[in-house]
Design a protein around this ligand. Structure first.
Ligand code: TMO
Length: 313
């Protein structure tokens, strides 16, 4: 049988409402909130986008590693920021057990590692090499760390393995975990006045790069398996003897039942993609402009209609 153009157009018209009839469940889509600003704002941005297209959403504050198990069993519906360096291992473990799906990558490149504000280089000119940093350890010594250098790592739930790295590379540093992301910014802010040399955990995209020019310490380059196989990396007897990936991914993940229960929302989720500058801007609205996350999300959506409207149409 041959279709004329008109018949084909009519068939398409009939089809359109049928596609729209697969309706999303009115149960709330459960969106997890963690402890760094871009994730909190982005989750609110996505929650508001989903509400805009008629979905119900609910936010839960959860641990940023345990969330992958919660998604896998369907207690949490999605995750907007799967950072390769911090969460790649938990995400891969959940993928192996099943129940979680890859909902695509953001158009962003991420890096999370030891970092210093640029003024630190005056006291330790060999930077960014990790060996030069180690030779300068006493420059970073504090009352708390004795003659060892002080490295302020991220909050424990980000599992940065700073202590394991110091041991694996035999570094003269003591690793302290920050209680929150805000403690990292306070440390940099306090060092700024008299240009005190410091080394702290930091990442990109983030608001910090616009406020404090700085650089990541160059550790032995990341190799697949550095966090699971002692043979990988320069120390044959230890894991975590490499830096984090310098060009890490930023993924979205979802419960594998999401597509069937909320097909429209799942379709939108797979289309969503934020860039480095957009993610840095989301963090800035909270960390520099002191907005509440919900308000920051509304402001971001208002200023970026052209970015997100196509994801719901
Ligand atoms: C997971 N983080 C972006 C804070 O490194």
């Amino acid at each position: 049988m041959k279709y004329t153009t008109t018949a084909l157009a009519a068939a398409l018209l009939v089809c359109a409402p049928i596609t729209a009839m697969a309706e999303d469940s009115s149960d709330p889509i459960v969106i997890p909130i963690h402890n760094w600003s871009s994730q909190i704002v982005m989750s609110n941005v996505v929650g508001q986008i989903l509400q805009e297209r008629g979905n119900y959403v609910e936010y839960v504050t959860t641990d940023s590693q345990a969330v992958y198990e919660s998604i896998r069993v369907g207690d949490v519906t999605l995750e907007m920021e799967v950072w390769e360096g911090a969460f790649g291992a938990s995400y891969r473990a959940a993928m192996e057990k099943g129940g979680i799906v890859d909902a695509g990558d953001h158009d962003a490149v991420t890096r999370e590692d030891w970092w210093y504000p640029l003024w630190t280089k005056e006291a330790c000119p060999g930077l960014p090499s990790w060996e030069a940093l180690n030779d300068c350890a006493e420059v970073f010594a504090t009352v708390e760390t004795g003659d060892q250098g002080r490295y302020l790592d991220g909050p424990v739930d980000w599992l940065k393995h700073g202590k394991e790295r110091v041991e694996a590379l035999d570094m003269n540093f003591t690793v302290i975990n920050a209680g929150s992301a805000a403690a990292l910014w306070a440390e940099i802010g306090a060092a700024e006045a008299d240009k005190k040399p410091i080394v702290v955990f930091n990442w990109t995209p983030n608001f910090a790069e616009a406020v404090w020019p700085g650089e990541f310490v160059e550790f032995p380059a990341w190799e697949e398996g550095c966090d699971t196989d002692p043979a990988v990396g320069p120390n044959p007897d230890a894991m975590y003897d490499c830096g984090n990936p310098a060009d890490g991914y930023l993924k979205k993940a979802a419960w594998d039942g999401m597509e069937e229960k909320w097909p429209g929302a799942f379709d939108t989720l797979t289309k969503i993609s934020f860039t480095n500058p957009q993610i840095a801007e989301m963090a800035k609205l909270v960390d520099v402009e002191d907005m509440e996350p919900e308000e920051a999300a509304a402001e971001w959506l208002d200023a970026n209609q052209d970015v997100w409207q196509p994801w719901i149409s």
